[in-house]
Ligand binder design. Structure first.
Ligand code: GLC
Length: 740
């Protein structure tokens, strides 16, 4: 539709009809099997509100969406089509590893591929937009939603944010008015802003960040997604500086729209406008609606603050109709670029669903991405295994578990996943299995899942399971111990006060260890865990996160060495919960830790400062040597086009081909404000054959050295800088240069 026709349509709408375009209803308003992902608004919407609604959340399936769209357009006073939106976070029906795991690939191209497949499958399923990527920076693994992020590092998150948006949308520019290609869906970047830093890791808690830290670290990945053309931004539940994001004019208008130049649609998170009453800054829904529309929030997700108050606020002269018109126009423009006025079903097609969903090509791609997302934390040489060489027992509650799609896989089906047992029992002629214990000790905090939670209350059953596992372990040469968190233990509203393994699983490890020391741990998790209880005694530890549809096959590929593990931690594994929040890029402190004899320094009395496993760490089956760091010159002038080339030699000294992630970190030695001990500024993943060596180069330019100085100007400052290039954030390979 031409823009002038959109304007005419807008002008023909009543205030109630305009407010309706800013209402997002949940699919449950159309059918009983809605996908609830938050508390329901108190009462259902009126028939008129549903008729006027502009968008809908949670419906998928070409047929179902076609039916709902037809009904909606027939009832809509101007026959305006709905936008169908849903949470496609790590895949639609072909489910990829959770984003935290995808970050461990250090290969944004893989994440782009996954997003591309998710877009193709969900577009065929009738969908128009996904509430993804979630790009919140995360440094406290007590928070359950770390699983949705690509980790603790600014540079890594920005790289993945851009790639995932491009995977969903194709190559679009910011505020691109051109029509969407078929097979592509609009991306909604979330949660704006700073949601990943809740106090004490407790979901929905307040966020306290200095403006400098907010701007320099937390806003960067949203900006990267917006610069990649993300069509929508979702507000976050949290307060920033005591102001809920959905009512924060400075954040939404000054920062997001003016500074970042975002011209797309802003949607609230689930009921977040309504929740400003609970935050204590709105008296009622009317005041909440006023605060939100003034802040520039366009769509009210699943509450009736807008639909029941905006018209009255305009009539009472509290808000200008212009505010309403701007918001409605942004929604109409999004519908227009999705082509919905010409084709309200976009790519929805039963035939295409049949052809694309879980097709072999998608499964193969998922299997490849999944294997590259695993991180080998420990291996004394017991891995890789040879098929049918060792008598193996597969033990543990994750051994036959199909619920491995992660907490945010709403549309992925367990019956489509490949478990560890499914994959290994095809390879081993005599694989023994014993469950050993339940996944959890109890169902505390998980009552909403009913009896779907795997925990064992019956002591006799638990004892019997343990005894059977010990017996199996005693007979076997090697034990593959498949343990870790269930998927429901991370994700939204799944914060944990202590990030240890469930006690029943720790006990299982202890009992196995008594009879068999050859333990290979396959660790499932949605977050970094305190795994001291196993890492010291296991012979190998492979972190597989929540691996998705092809999980079991990818695990087998890595265990047998068909794929040489190359994953690097996108988030530090802390020594224990007490170290949280933790990140590698800390400030130096005026009293940095030196040694045990020095009491008065930044340290704990009872544990080390270092994490158990740092950001960027991960082992391979082969041995890489990174050496001979050099700079092509010692001074960077800062003039346009000037750069320093830093390089290292990487050699594969082992007997297996493998991929290494070469990482470059930079430290600003002195500036007008304290600067981090080092920050990732580049990474390259390279494949080397046995014996092969390669020179790897990185360009260093002045813009990479910028930060918010003492006056909050985003600048670089002259002086000395150190470059570190290695295969982990704690690398000692160092060189020095000066910025003139
Ligand atoms: C949830 C989440 C958000 C999600 C939305 C819609 O509460 O916070 O990430 O996209 O509701 O399901």
């Amino acid at each position: 539709m031409k823009r002038e026709d959109l304007v005419k349509l807008l002008e023909s709408m009543t205030l109630e009809e305009k407010a309706g375009q800013l209402l997002q209803i949940n699919v449950s308003s159309y059918s009983e099997e809605g996908s609830e992902t938050g508390p329901k608004a108190e009462d259902e919407f009126s028939v008129e509100e549903i008729a006027n609604a502009g968008t809908i959340l949670g419906a998928v399936g070409a047929e179902r969406i076609r039916n709902i769209q037809n009904a909606a357009m027939a009832n809509q006073p101007h026959h305006i089509p709905l936008i169908f939106m849903a949470d496609i976070i790590n895949g639609y029906r072909t489910v990829f590893p959770i984003p935290l795991a995808q970050g461990c690939t250090f290969d944004p191209e893989l994440a782009r591929l996954g997003a591309e497949i998710a877009a193709a499958e969900s577009a065929a399923g009738g969908l128009h937009l996904t509430f993804s990527p979630m790009v919140d920076l995360v440094r406290d693994s007590r928070w359950g939603r770390v699983m949705e992020s690509t980790g603790e590092d600014v540079f890594l998150n920005c790289s993945f944010a851009k790639a995932i948006v491009q995977g969903y949308q194709g190559d679009r520019k910011p505020n691109d008015a051109s029509p969407f290609e078929s097979g592509k869906i609009a991306a909604c970047v979330k949660h704006f802003a700073g949601y990943g830093a809740p106090m004490a890791g407790r979901d929905y808690a307040e966020v306290e960040l200095s403006e400098r830290t907010l701007r320099e670290e937390y806003l960067s990945s949203y900006r990267a997604a917006i610069d990649a053309g993300a069509e929508m931004v979702m507000t976050s539940f949290n307060t920033l500086d005591r102001i809920p994001s959905s009512g924060n004019e400075w954040l939404m208008r000054d920062v997001l729209r003016k500074e970042m130049g975002f011209g797309g649609v802003v949607i609230s998170d689930w009921a977040a406008i309504f929740e400003m009453i609970s935050h204590g800054i709105a008296e009622d829904e009317r005041e909440a609606a006023m605060l939100a529309i003034r802040a520039g929030v366009d769509i009210d997700m699943v509450t009736h603050c807008y639909s029941r108050n905006l018209a009255g606020l305009v009539r009472d002269g509290i808000i200008q109709e212009k505010l309403l018109d701007e918001a409605v126009m942004r929604v109409l423009e999004l519908k227009n670029k999705l082509g919905l006025f010409e084709n309200p079903y976009k790519d929805g097609s039963r035939e295409l669903e049949e052809e694309l969903i879980l097709c072999d090509k998608h499964r193969e791609t998922a299997r490849k991405i999944t294997a590259e997302s695993f991180v080998l934390l420990k291996n004394d040489g017991i891995l890789p295994l040879e098929k049918n060489k060792n008598n193996i027992a597969l033990i543990g509650p994750h051994g036959k578990n199909h619920a491995i799609n992660g907490a945010w896989s709403i549309f992925g089906k367990e019956e489509d996943t490949v478990s560890v047992w499914d994959a290994l029992s095809r390879e081993e002629d005599s694989l023994i299995y014993a469950k050993g214990c339940a996944l959890l000790d109890n169902n505390r905090g998980l009552l909403m899942y009913g009896d779907a939670i795997d925990y064992e209350n019956d002591k006799a059953v638990a004892e019997r399971q343990l005894a059977e596992a010990a017996e199996a372990a005693e007979k076997a040469e090697y034990v593959l111990l498949a343990i870790g968190e269930p998927a429901v233990y991370s994700g939204e509203a799944a914060s944990r006060s202590d990030i240890v393994l469930p006690a029943c699983q720790q006990r299982l490890f202890d009992e196995i260890y008594k009879v068999n020391r050859n333990i290979i741990v396959i660790l499932f998790s949605g977050r970094p865990l305190d795994i001291r209880c196993i890492s010291e005694r296991a012979r190998a530890v492979l972190v597989v996160w929540q691996p998705g549809t092809e999980g079991g096959n990818a695990i087998a590929d890595v265990l047998y060495g068909k794929v040489n593990p190359s994953g690097k931690l996108s988030m530090s594994f802390p020594y224990c919960t007490g170290q949280l929040p933790i990140r590698y890029s800390t400030m130096i402190s005026g009293r940095p830790f030196t040694d045990e004899r020095n009491k008065f320094c930044s340290r704990y009395l009872d544990i080390p400062n270092e994490p158990l496993y740092p950001f960027g760490y991960g082992l391979s089956y082969t041995d890489f040597e990174i050496s001979d760091i050099s700079l092509d010159k010692g001074t960077l002038t800062g003039e346009e086009g000037d750069c320093i080339t830093a390089s290292v030699t990487v050699k594969n000294k082992g007997s297996m081909a493998g991929k290494e992630v070469v990482q470059m970190y930079i430290r600003d030695m002195k500036a007008s404000v304290a600067r981090p001990c080092r920050e990732l500024k580049g990474f390259k993943k390279i494949l080397l054959a046995p014996g092969e060596e390669q020179r790897v180069e990185f360009r260093i330019t002045e813009d990479m050295l910028r930060f918010y100085d003492i006056r909050m100007n985003y600048v670089s400052e002259p002086g000395e800088f150190r470059v570190y290039i290695g295969n982990c954030s704690n690398t000692g390979n160092e060189a020095v240069f000066t910025l003139a």
